[in-house]
Design a protein around this ligand. Structure first.
Ligand code: G6P
Length: 610
């Protein structure tokens, strides 16, 4: 959702900016642009990807050592060169990049037009530029103070970076609602919407909070509130290294991340699933575990793939711990005056930890004084910092826009949580131990599923030109069906729907004919016999069936056109295995259709606007 990068130091800014923008491109790729300070402002911007911008640049002659860059996910105004950031003040004095939405931009724009300002673009960002300009012209304040004052008139969200052509020693950034990180190097400073553009230069970072800004000069930086109170901010040390954000020999990040799942799951369980001591230890929740254990109701809020993981969480926590769970789309939750009472707790799930709606759910829970816990992947993210406590996935950075390893990471965290909650509520010691042992075997079993990659590629070959797909599953695998359909939609642009298998006869069955492939998750669980009947119903109507079932189950071989097998496991852990073939199927189909797998059209990895 728009990526921002900034640099001030002794390196050539253009190199840092372009490398950084490439790393941030997963946040948006409608256009890219840079502003370099080199005697004066040099602005370059272009519709399309960072490579399209690079091709236009005379890179060897861009010598400035200060600059900002932006990769855009369009909100206001179509993707084109004019709407691309940076946006420049009418006088040409300063340039600004922005992530977020200025909600009152129409009112501000009207007022500025009355005051004689003109606009070139359709963006809300240009309104912000003119506003700063207006404050500066009427008050004569220094740029950082003019920005502060302008921001007091703004309703909405922003992550901003600003440079002046007249001051080669000034880089300013401000944040409200859109993430910004300051990287602290030796005599040089970096800005990033996340750590990805910073990590190859320094691991020391300062997280800006909402309502804060930073004024950076070559000899130091100062963090202030928008109200000009100087703050003393902690410098955090990041654990990631560069290898984590490179493709490592895979053609796409998505494939790399699919294949990283065994390791990602091991990392999520490390130090938490203690097989020798027969226990589960979720360190981040230890102090609050009594509150969680005694909860009358658990509400889980999330968006997208994380919402699907939340649905698996509902089955897990209700099934293993018998605590009532409600799963909410975070975007709906915040606006429908949710009723929460004493004894309720809220969990939010977010890979990025920055999703605007999920963050709003956190704030709504806090407003109602309900304990709120996070399950996040991105260390130091806003949601991780604003929740009362939480669990990190430790899946490593996920760059592919379509989530894969963080889905299984979220499910494994929820499984650990449900098991620990179930331990002294419903599960016998023997059952707990057996389940714990099985958790420990999951990474190996995922490795075994990944060996079906060739088979799945062959199946993808047959269905790559299909226009529609149906995904059906029951129980724990109903959310997996939803996730399989979402993956296909996201990256191959094929229309796909996920349904609980039994619901098929209440509508989707009307769609079934010889052109409709149907993916069934049909493992030998408590609903297996019922799902076989559903498969029969599809076959009777000439639908093509791709079934995911257990190793050793030959019953579906004559019934279904394709059978993909996964190792048998406990029913509650089966989503961790059954989702893998669906990820691979969507991946291969998308590649064969020539789609941009890692950066599908119109999507962004991190959705920091509503
Ligand atoms: C976007 C991404 C999805 C993701 C969703 C929620 O839509 O494209 O892949 O599932 O946001 O993101 P979060 O970071 O909160 O898990």
């Amino acid at each position: 959702m728009c990526g921002i990068v900034g640099y001030i130091g002794e390196r050539r800014a253009i190199d840092v900016l372009l490398r950084g923008l490439k790393r941030l491109e997963y946040r948006g790729y409608d256009s890219a642009g840079v502003a370099i300070v080199d005697g004066h402002l040099k602005i370059y911007k272009k519709k399309g990807k960072v490579d399209d911008l690079s091709k236009e640049l005379d890179i060897p002659n861009l010598l400035g050592r200060l600059g900002i860059g932006h990769t855009r996910w369009a909100t206001h105004g179509i993707p084109n060169d004019v709407n691309a950031h940076p946006h420049v003040s009418s006088s040409g004095e300063f340039a600004l990049v922005h992530n977020g939405i200025i909600e009152n931009y129409t009112a501000l724009r009207d007022r500025l037009i009355q005051r004689g300002y003109t606009f070139e673009s359709e963006t809300d960002t240009e309104v912000l530029v003119r506003l700063v300009e207006d404050v500066r012209e009427t008050t004569g304040l220094p740029l950082e103070e003019a920005l502060q004052q302008a921001l007091r008139h703004v309703v909405g969200t922003y992550g901003i970076a600003l440079v002046s052509g007249e001051d080669p020693d000034l880089l300013i950034a401000a944040r409200k609602g859109s993430p910004l990180i300051l990287g602290v190097g030796a005599g040089e400073y970096f800005l990033g919407s996340d750590a990805a553009p910073i990590i190859e230069y320094t691991r020391d970072v300062v997280y800006l909070n909402d309502g804060e800004m930073v004024v950076i000069r070559r000899d130091g930086y100062e963090v202030r509130t928008i109200d000009n109170i100087v703050l003393n901010k902690e410098v955090h040390h990041l654990e990631w290294d560069l290898e984590h954000i490179e493709k490592g020999g895979y053609p796409h990040f998505m494939l790399k991340e699919i294949f990283e799942q065994p390791t990602a799951i091991e990392n999520a369980m490390r130090g938490r699933v203690c097989l020798d001591k027969n226990c589960i230890r979720l360190g981040g929740l230890l102090d609050d575990f009594e509150t969680i254990r005694n909860a009358r109701r658990v509400i889980i809020c999330a968006c997208g793939t994380s919402w699907h993981a939340a649905l698996v969480g509902e089955y897990l926590i209700e099934g293993l711990a018998r605590i009532p769970v409600e799963v909410e789309y975070a975007s709906e939750f915040r606006y429908r005056q949710p009723i929460m009472r004493d004894g309720d707790i809220v969990f939010v799930i977010s890979q990025s930890g920055e999703t605007a709606d999920t963050l709003a759910a956190v704030r709504e829970a806090k407003r109602q004084e309900i304990p709120v816990f996070g399950i996040c992947n991105t260390v130091g993210s806003t949601i991780a910092r604003e929740t009362d406590a939480g669990v990190y996935l430790h899946a490593g950075p996920e760059i592919g826009v379509a989530s894969t390893k963080t889905f299984t990471g979220q499910v494994i965290v929820l499984a650990m949580l449900a098991l620990e909650l179930g331990r002294d509520r419903t599960l016998s010691d023997d059952t707990f131990t057996a389940y714990l042992q099985e958790l420990g075997r999951i990474p190996e079993k995922i490795r075994a599923v990944l060996e079906s990659d060739d088979l799945i590629r062959d199946i993808a070959q047959l269905y790559r030109y299909t226009s529609n797909f149906l995904y059906l599953g029951r129980g724990y695998n109903f959310p997996v069906a939803l996730e399989g359909a979402l993956k296909l939609k996201e990256i191959s642009y094929i229309h796909a729907e996920g349904y609980p298998a039994a619901e098929m006869k209440h509508g989707p069955i009307a769609l079934i004919d010889q052109f409709m492939p149907v993916v069934f998750v049909a493992i030998k669980d408590s609903t297996y016999d019922k799902i076989v009947s559903n498969i029969e119903e599809v076959v009777a109507r000439k639908g093509h069936v791709i079934a995911i079932t257990d190793e050793g189950n030959g019953q579906l071989d004559n019934l279904c056109e394709h059978v993909i097998r996964v190792p048998a496991t406990e029913e509650f852990l089966s989503p961790l295995l059954t989702v893998i073939p669906l990820q691979l199927l969507s991946y291969h189909i998308a590649v064969m259709r020539g789609c941009d797998v890692d950066q599908p059209r119109n999507l962004a990895k991190s959705v920091t606007v509503e």
